[in-house]
Design a protein around this ligand. Structure first.
Ligand code: ADP
Length: 660
């Protein structure tokens, strides 16, 4: 029984431990999963931003790429004028009148002789200069100065440490070389090695990769007129035809275009190569931030070749606007709980609650986009919540299981104890049966074989036989009553009668047995009116109490047993007092349990079944009463049985134990 319980407990506790372990690990895995998923969200947002920025820049570059080369001059002759027309219209460049065009700032053209022209060169030649014209003029001058001071020296390779862009010289054109740019993949690799949460996002829109060289045919007359229109007209002729000035112009066109005049066809081929970025140091232009993101000013240049005339056209990248556009795009794609911070240059992942760093790699430089958690501890909080829930449930389950196991243990212990008691009871009953039977057989044999010669002896032996058979009857009566009560079959007959007389009859019945054992029984009846009681039950009570007194007080000096009755409130109290060893206080509750026999010396030496007092208690309870034990003076025990005999118990005549 215990073994099975122990195995069951071990299995249940092991299963619970397993559950705790599994729960703990699955919560950890969930935490990792949540972190992974969140990281995935950040990566997805970064990719969306990259795509959006790329799309915006692609559109911008497409516009710039398809911009006619003539837009970079201050005047131009439109393409679609009727062929053969003597006087061609000269129009102002659409770029004239402003410095910014989307992300482009201060468009310019470097002439074959190294001089710089811009669409706003001649703004000061107007007559009615407004304030904004003046501002534009100042900006145009400073832009030109910036190009001449910072870009041109780099193009000539005169600035130490600058990009090696020696494709242009005063003496002629050398083949165009790709600028040296950092491989995006290489950067990505470095970044990923440094930190898993930093990823490089290449944005190639501003590089020449992917763009195509355009080759277009232009009518020679238009081309020539266009070259000529580079010479600034008089202010009053700005939008007029300039045919007359064509002859006077001379200059670069005269020398270059004139030399090829005779053998050439009616059209010229215009070859426009893709834009490429050039980063140069310095710059104090308005569009330029104090500390540049890319470590210098970014110019986007394209090489335009018309026959043997080579031009460089380009503009400066408006970094402020670029940052603004990236911020716009980033704020559009932010998800719940996310924020961002753009930090040009250095990776600032270490500070604050940056969860993911997207390095927008433009090839010639990076912009670091730090994606942040607004509440960096939200995953931790959720996991803590989950943990508290889970472990609370486990604790409740554990408590329930422990309580269940404890009650199982207690039950099992009680069952085992009861089984043990029953075993003891069976052996006690067998013993109790055998002893009187042996005596009766012995006496009857002696009398039968006429071995008892004296008449007195014969009378004594007959008396002994009667006593032993009475003892047998008492025992059998007890066992039968107990069995009836156990099965709920015990029936009581409550009748009105004289309880003192009933008690006196039992005493008289027991007296010879007591006398033989050296005891004297005194009765002290109280005047009691009619009482309602079960005579058999009261008889059993008195017999059992007297039997016990005779058994356990056999060594007492005072071998007097007093049987008295009292009335106390609604109860009739029967007291049986002896002057034996008494019952120790700690056993006083237990002695009324079925089969209980203390291991005391006096009990071990006495035969018994542990049923007597249990039955007395049951009978008292059947009379709505109780039984208790108090100490007698100087020694001994007084058993007090209270019976509610004054209540009209007739009402529940024949009541069964089960109903009680
Ligand atoms: P049994 O007498 O068969 O052992 P009982 O139920 O009658 O069973 O008594 C239970 C126990 O109470 C006894 O074993 C004994 O130890 C104790 N007991 C009962 N009556 C007395 C008494 N008068 N004096 C001392 N001990 C007693």
């Amino acid at each position: 029984m215990y073994k099975r319980l122990i195995i069951l407990s071990i299995i249940i506790l092991t299963a619970l431990c397993g559950l705790v372990w599994m729960g703990y690990h699955s919560i950890r895995i969930r935490a990792q999963g949540m972190q992974g998923a969140r990281l995935g969200e950040f990566a997805a947002v970064a990719e969306q931003i990259r795509q959006d920025v790329t799309r915006t820049l692609d559109e911008f570059m497409q516009t710039e790429q398809s911009r006619p080369y003539t837009d970079y001059q201050h005047y131009y002759v439109p393409e679609n004028i009727a062929p053969g027309r003597q006087q061609m219209p000269v129009l102002r460049s659409p770029l004239a009148g402003r410095m910014e065009q989307g992300l482009a700032y201060g468009n310019f053209q470097i002439e074959p002789d190294g001089s710089v022209i811009t669409p706003n060169d001649n703004v000061n030649q107007r007559q009615d200069l407004t304030e904004s014209d003046n501002k534009l003029y100042t900006e145009a001058i400073s832009n030109r100065k910036n190009i001449e001071d910072n870009l041109l020296p780099v193009m000539h390779g005169t600035v130490p440490g600058s990009l090696k862009m020696n494709f242009y010289s005063r003496n002629g054109i050398t083949p165009l070389k790709e600028p040296e740019t950092v491989e995006p993949d290489q950067f990505a690799k470095e970044a990923s090695q440094k930190d898993k949460l930093s990823q490089s996002y290449p944005i190639e829109s501003l590089q020449s990769k992917g763009q195509k060289t355009q080759v277009i045919e232009q009518r020679r007359a238009v081309f020539e007129q266009n070259v000529l229109s580079n010479v600034a007209p008089q202010p009053q002729q700005q939008t007029q035809e300039l045919t007359a000035q064509t002859e006077q112009a001379g200059g670069p066109y005269e020398q270059q275009a004139g030399s090829t005049n005779e053998s050439q066809t009616d059209t010229v081929q215009v070859r426009i190569e893709p834009f490429f970025p050039v980063v140069v140091p310095g710059g104090d232009s308005a569009s330029q931030q104090d500390d540049s993101i890319f470590g210098g000013q970014v110019f986007l240049l394209r090489h335009v070749q018309i026959e043997d005339r080579h031009l460089l056209q380009g503009f400066q990248l408006n970094e402020k606007l670029l940052i603004g556009q990236i911020e716009d795009s980033a704020s559009r794609f932010m998800r719940k709980g996310m924020s961002f911070e753009l930090s040009p240059g250095e990776n600032t992942r270490d500070n604050g609650n940056v969860a993911y760093t997207a390095i927008l790699n433009f090839g010639f430089g990076d912009i670091v986009l730090n994606l942040k958690e607004i509440d960096p501890g939200w995953i931790g909080k959720e996991i803590r919540h989950l943990r508290i829930w889970y472990f609370s449930i486990i604790a409740i389950v554990l408590l329930a299981v422990t309580l269940g196991l404890v009650s199982l243990w207690r039950n099992a212990t009680a069952q085992i104890r009861l089984a043990q008691k029953k075993d003891d009871f069976i052996s006690a009953v067998s013993h109790e049966l055998r002893t009187p039977l042996t005596s009766i057989r012995m006496y009857s044999e002696m009398l039968e074989k006429n071995w008892v010669k004296s008449q007195d002896k014969a009378v004594e032996y007959y008396g002994n036989m009667r006593q032993e058979s009475e003892r047998l009857s008492r025992l059998i009566e007890n066992v039968l009553d107990f069995s009836r009560i156990q099965r709920g079959r015990k029936k009581y007959a409550f009748n009105a009668g004289d309880i003192n007389k009933c008690i006196a009859d039992v005493v008289e019945m027991m007296r010879p047995y007591a006398t033989q054992k050296g005891f004297s029984i005194q009765t002290e009846p109280a005047p009691i009116e009619q009482a309602t009681f079960d005579a058999d039950a009261v008889t059993q009570i008195i017999v059992n109490l007297l039997d016990n007194a005779i058994k356990y007080a056999r060594d007492a000096e005072d071998k007097t047993i007093i049987v008295r009755t009292k009335t106390e409130e609604k109860f009739t109290v029967i007291e049986v007092e002896d002057h034996g060893p008494g019952v120790p206080h700690r056993q006083r509750n237990k002695i009324f349990e079925q089969f209980y026999r203390p291991a005391a010396e006096s009990t071990r030496e006495t035969t018994g079944t542990g049923l007597g007092l249990a039955l007395v208690k049951k009978f008292a309870e059947a009379h709505k009463g109780f039984v208790e034990i108090i100490s007698a003076k100087p020694t001994g025990a007084i058993f007090r049985v209270a019976l509610a005999t004054r209540i009209r118990l007739v009402l529940f005549r024949a009541i069964t134990e089960e109903q009680l």
